[in-house]
Design a protein around this ligand. Structure first.
Ligand code: ADP
Ligand code: MG
Length: 298
C-alpha cells in the first residue's frame, strides 16, 4: 500500500501497526492486520475499480446475511472506512482459516464445520415457494458464465455448454428454504470452537435457497481440488449433513443428490477456470468432471 494511504488512515481514523496479512488475493484487494480502537483488527482495502467493487459486494453480502438471520457467521466489528474513493472494510481479526487448519491436519475441523452447517441451516430455515429455484438459477448463471469463458479459451467446446439449458430447477427443489452461499470455501471459513465465521461473500441475487450446493462445493474444493482434509475419513460427515439439511428442506433423496452434483459441477467449473492459463491439462480435466457432474444433476 502507498505510504500516503497509511498516513491518511492513521491521521483520519487512528489506524496503527498495519501489517500485510496475505499477498494480493485473486480478487486484488489488499488485506492487512492493524490496531484500531485498542483492538487487533483486519482491513480489506479497495483502492481501484475492481477491488472497490469487491469490497462493496462483500459489504452487501454481510448486510443480506444479517437480514436472513445469519448475523452470527459474519465477522464482528464490521465497519466501513473511506478515504476519498478508497473503500475499506474493518473487521475482526480471525485466526487461521479452514484451509490452513486442514494443512496442519487438525482432525476435528470437518466435524465442527458440518455440525455448524447443520445449525446454520436450521437457524435460517424458512418456507417460501420459489426461493430454492432462485438459488438454482443463480448457480446456473455462474455455470453459464464459467462455461462461456472455458469455451472462449478452447478448454471445452461451445456445444458442451448447451447442457446448462437442460437443468430444470423445478425438479430439484421444495418450497422450504435456508441459507445459500456461493464462495463458501476453505479459504473463507474460520472455525473457533463451535462457532463459524464466513468472510468474503459474493454478491448473489438470493442468500436463501439451499445449503446443500454450498456444502458440496466446499467438500469438492477441500478434498478434490486442494486434496486436504482426509476425504476417506471425513466425507461421510458432509454426506450426513447434506442429508440432514435435505430432510429439513423436505427434499427427496434424488433431489438432495442432484443438488450435491450441481454444487460439485460449479466448483469444478470455477477451479477449471482459475487454471486456464497456468495449467491447461488440469483445467481440461476439471471441466470434463464438471460436465460429468452436471449430467448427473439433470
Ligand atoms: N478478518 C480476517 N482475519 C484474518 N485473516 C483474514 C481476514 N480476512 C481475510 N483474511 C485472509 O485473507 C485471505 C483473502 O481475503 P478475502 O477477503 O477472502 O479476499 P479474496 O477476495 O482475495 O479471496 C483470506 O483467505 C484469509 O486468509
Ligand atoms: Mg476469499
Amino acid at each position: 500500500m502507498q505510504q500516503s494511504l497509511f498516513v491518511k488512515l492513521r491521521d483520519k481514523y487512528g489506524v496503527r501497526n498495519l501489517a500485510n496479512l496475505v499477498a494480493r488475493g485473486h480478487t486484488h484487494a489488499d488485506l492487512y492486520s492493524c490496531e484500531l480502537h485498542g483492538k487487533k483488527l483486519a482491513l480489506k482495502i479497495g483502492d481501484d475499480a475492481r477491488s472497490r467493487r469487491e469490497v462493496t459486494d462483500n459489504l452487501y453480502g454481510y448486510r443480506q446475511l444479517t437480514k436472513i438471520g445469519a448475523k452470527s457467521i459474519i465477522p464482528r466489528n464490521l465497519e466501513m472506512l473511506t478515504l476519498g474513493a478508497t473503500k475499506i472494510i474493518v473487521m475482526e481479526f480471525l485466526q487461521h482459516n479452514f484451509k490452513r487448519e486442514a494443512e496442519k491436519r487438525n482432525p476435528r475441523i470437518c466435524v465442527q464445520l458440518t455440525s455448524s452447517s447443520r445449525s446454520l441451516a436450521t437457524l435460517t430455515l424458512g418456507m417460501k415457494k420459489g426461493i430454492q429455484a432462485k438459488a438454482i438459477r443463480e448457480i446456473k448463471y455462474n455455470l453459464r458464465s464459467s462455461y462461456g469463458k472455458l469455451a472462449d479459451s478452447g478448454v471445452i467446446s461451445k456445444s458442451d455448454t448447451k447442457i446448462i439449458g437442460d437443468i430444470r430447477e423445478g425438479s430439484l427443489v421444495s418450497d422450504r428454504c435456508c441459507i445459500f452461499m456461493l464462495d463458501f470455501t476453505p479459504d473463507n471459513v474460520f472455525l473457533k470452537g463451535s462457532s463459524m465465521t464466513v468472510i468474503d461473500p459474493w454478491k448473489q441475487t438470493t442468500y436463501m435457497g439451499s445449503f446443500i450446493p454450498s456444502l458440496s462445493m466446499f467438500a469438492s474444493q477441500l478434498f478434490d481440488v486442494y486434496k486436504l482434509g482426509n476425504k476417506k475419513a471425513n466425507y461421510g460427515y458432509f454426506e450426513s449433513a447434506m442429508d440432514y439439511i435435505g430432510a429439513k428442506l423436505r427434499l427427496k433423496e434424488r433431489q438432495i443428490e442432484k443438488q450435491m452434483y450441481l454444487g460439485q459441477s460449479l466448483q469444478y467449473a470455477l477451479s477449471s477456470h482459475a487454471l486456464i492459463s497456468s495449467n491447461r491439462t488440469v483445467a481440461r480435466r476439471y471441466s470434463r468432471i464438471s460436465l460429468d457432474m452436471l449430467s448427473k444433476a439433470i
